[in-house]
Structure formats: structure tokens, C-alpha cells
Ligand binder design. Structure first.
Ligand code: NAP
Length: 285
């Protein structure tokens, strides 16, 4: 394409974080330091890296991060007890349970235990429902990142045909809802979808959330389409065959440096939002 745009997630994230730094300073002056609690269960190396990155990102903008690392043998009850304590702890504003948890744990029950006002990653069914209705405070962070990138680059969503590949509760489903709420016509695809390539070829906006490296092929992309790659596979590889898809796309996110950094900045933003809401409550009491 002649006028091709690389959608630079690092740039979007930098701007979000700059505005958060000011908000964090102002909160601190009023006696509140926004704090994100991260819970990691077990020793999965990638999960440990993600949690560390999130904690470091908090500290860089003056927030606190409370890292809770539980042994891989932790039971559902033990995890629920930990979450309950964090729910009651007034110095914690957001809770992030790193997915996936070890197999013996009922992950859904653990997500549901997070108090809605601290569910800054939109993992509870109430948070998801609110996102679907379009009035939730805290949508899932990767879908929020995708919408933020489109908005940052003034890419129109209304009236466009968006094809989302993937329907997970944290990514494909909520981003489909958020695009629908912004008046896109949305097709959500999954592992049982037939003629996937033909459906993607109709898309003005393609969101890849499959979890398979280089899955989306160059000849599936309509000329001029916008491509957002949420995938993050081993070796820093996205779900989109970037070089091939770039040829037809008018705008595309790279991996790394696309959706990933914006996702982290959305997590920080939503935790700061939560801290500001607690301050408002204190002031009105
Ligand atoms: P997931 O829970 O494994 O869901 C994958 C989805 O892809 C499922 O809905 C599955 O369909 C669908 N799928 C699998 N094979 C398919 C096929 N051949 N054709 C069409 N659809 C297919 O994964 P996830 O948690 O949503 O994550 C997706 C990707 O995003 C991964 O690469 C992950 O690492 C990445 N991710 C990135 C961020 C970030 O911050 N950038 C955050 C979270 C996740 P079924 O429902 O039918 O099984």
C-alpha cells in the first residue's frame, strides 16, 4: 500500500502513561497511592515475566504494586481466601490474577471472587456483562487496548465490518462487544468457523486473537483493511503473518510493539481510575 500506517503501540502507551503520571501525583498529594495487586500461582516462566512487567510498569509511573506469589499446589479455597483479603484491603485498588492458574484451581471461581470495584481487567462475569452493555468501568485490558489504538489513530469504527478471530472471555468476546457498541458490524470467528479465509476477506477491520503464530495469511486481507494483532506467541511472534498481511493492509500493528504495550498501560489506567473512584467515595462520605 502507498500510505501505510504502522500502528505504534509503544507510542500510544507512552502517551497514556504520561497522563497517568500526572494523575498519580495528584492522588498522592491527596493521600492515596494507586496500588495494583498481582497474583501469580505457580512457577510458569512466561506468567512470571508478564507479572514482573506489570509490576515494573506500575512503579515507573509512581504507583505501588503488591506481588503475591503462591505455590503451584495452592487450592481454590486458599486462593479465594487471598482474593477476599485483597478485596477488603483499602490500600489495594486493582487485583489482577495472572491467567492461567494450575489445573487443580477453579479459575472461574477465582475470577468471580474479585470485587467488581477492583476488577481492573474485566474478568468477572459482572464486569464482562457491563462491558457488553457498554457501561462498564473496566473492560478487559487487551480489548480496551485495541479500541484505544483505533481511537488514537482516528480510525473510524462505525459502519465498518470487523472480523474478530477468537472468542475467549478475556479477548475475542469482549472486543467483539466493544466494536459492536461502537457501531461496527461484527463477525466473531472461532475454531469451528467454516471458510474462515473467505470471512476475513470481507473485513474492514481484522482482530487476530487466536494464539497461533503467523496464523492470519496475507491473501486473507482485503486491500486497505486495518489489522490488529493481539497474539503473543513464543519468540515474540504475533497471530498475523506480518510481512505478508502488511502488503494489503492500510494500517497494521506489529508484534512486539503493537497491542502488548497498550494492554499494560490500560491496566495501569484502570487501576488509577479505581483509585480515583475510592477518593471520590471518601470525599462524599
Ligand atoms: P485462547 O483462550 O486460547 O482463545 C483462542 C481463540 O482462538 C478461541 O476462541 C479459539 O476458538 C480460537 N481459535 C483457535 N484455533 C482457531 C482456528 N483454527 N480458527 C479460528 N479460531 C481459532 O486465547 P486468548 O487468551 O484469547 O489469547 C489469544 C492470543 O492473544 C494469544 O496469542 C495470547 O498470547 C494473546 N494475548 C495477548 C495479550 C496482549 O496483551 N497482547 C493479552 C492476552 C492474550 P474456540 O473458542 O472454538 O476454541
Amino acid at each position: 500500500m502507498d500510505h501505510q500506517l504502522i500502528l505504534d503501540g509503544a507510542l500510544v502507551a507512552k502517551e497514556v502513561k504520561e497522563s497517568l503520571t500526572t494523575r498519580v501525583k495528584s492522588l498522592k498529594k491527596q493521600g492515596i497511592t494507586p496500588c495494583l495487586a498481582t497474583i501469580l500461582v505457580g512457577d510458569d516462566a512466561s506468567s512470571a515475566t508478564y507479572v514482573r512487567m506489570k509490576g515494573n510498569a506500575c512503579e515507573k509511573i509512581g504507583m505501588l504494586s503488591r506481588k503475591i506469589h503462591l505455590p503451584k499446589e495452592t487450592s481454590t479455597d486458599e486462593l479465594l481466601e487471598k482474593i477476599e483479603k485483597l478485596n477488603k484491603d483499602e490500600s489495594v485498588h486493582g487485583i489482577l490474577l495472572q491467567h492461567p492458574v494450575p489445573a487443580q484451581i477453579d479459575e472461574r471461581a477465582a475470577f468471580e471472587a474479585i470485587a467488581i470495584e477492583k476488577d481492573v481487567d474485566g474478568v468477572t462475569s459482572l464486569g464482562f456483562g457491563q462491558t457488553a452493555f457498554g457501561f462498564g468501568n473496566y473492560p478487559s485490558c487487551t480489548p480496551a487496548a485495541i479500541i484505544s489504538i483505533l481511537d488514537y489513530y482516528d480510525i473510524e469504527i462505525e459502519g465498518k465490518h470487523a472480523v474478530v478471530i477468537g472468542r475467549s472471555p478475556i479477548l475475542g468476546k469482549p472486543v467483539s462487544m466493544m466494536l459492536l457498541n461502537r457501531n461496527a458490524t461484527v463477525t466473531t470467528c472461532h475454531s469451528c468457523t467454516q471458510n474462515l479465509a473467505d470471512i476475513v476477506k470481507l473485513a474492514d477491520i481484522v482482530v487476530a486473537a487466536v494464539g497461533k503464530p503467523n496464523f492470519v495469511q496475507g491473501d486473507w486481507i482485503k486491500k486497505g483493511a486495518i489489522v490488529l494483532d493481539a497474539g503473543y506467541n513464543e519468540g515474540n511472534i504475533g497471530d498475523v503473518d506480518y510481512e505478508a498481511c502488511k502488503k494489503n493492509a492500510s494500517a497494521i500493528t506489529p508484534v512486539p510493539g503493537g497491542v502488548g504495550p497498550v494492554t499494560i498501560s490500560m491496566l495501569l489506567k484502570q487501576t488509577v481510575d479505581a483509585a480515583e473512584l475510592t477518593l471520590e467515595k471518601h470525599l462524599t462520605c
